[in-house]
Design a protein. Structure first.
Length: 118
């Protein structure tokens, strides 16, 4: 499995932008062999899929709830996937997780908190 570490969370105001990074590592693991996704979990709610990018990064998919505001990209040379979040709203307050998928194998990062104040 890949080990994933997210960074970039914090306290922001409504309307701000924020970018998360998720760096992957793992002995003998090749980052470009994994599809990568982003999820979030707000207090008291189920984990929510936000979007994902395929192995090459040439295609991305988004949940309707964030389409047009969030952008996922990846840099396979840096073993990193990014989540750019724009026009943030208080409803975006949550812990954000990156996820790596290869066949039946999935890995999760530890999560990073974002709090959006109104």
């Amino acid at each position: 499995q890949l080990q994933l570490v997210e960074s970039g969370g914090g306290l922001v105001q409504a309307g701000d932008s924020l970018r998360f990074s998720c760096v992957a590592s793992g002995s003998g693991r090749t980052f470009s062999n994994y599809a990568m996704g982003w999820f979030r979990q707000a207090p008291g709610k189920a984990r929510e899929f936000l979007g994902a990018t395929i192995k090459s990064g040439s295609s991305t998919y988004y949940a309707d709830s964030v389409k047009g505001r969030f952008i996922i990209s990846r840099d396979n040379a840096k073993n990193t996937v990014y989540l750019q979040m724009n026009s943030l709203k208080p409803a975006d307050t949550a812990v954000y997780y990156c996820n790596a998928i290869r066949g039946p194998t999935t890995s999760w990062g530890q999560g990073t908190q974002v709090t959006v104040s109104s």
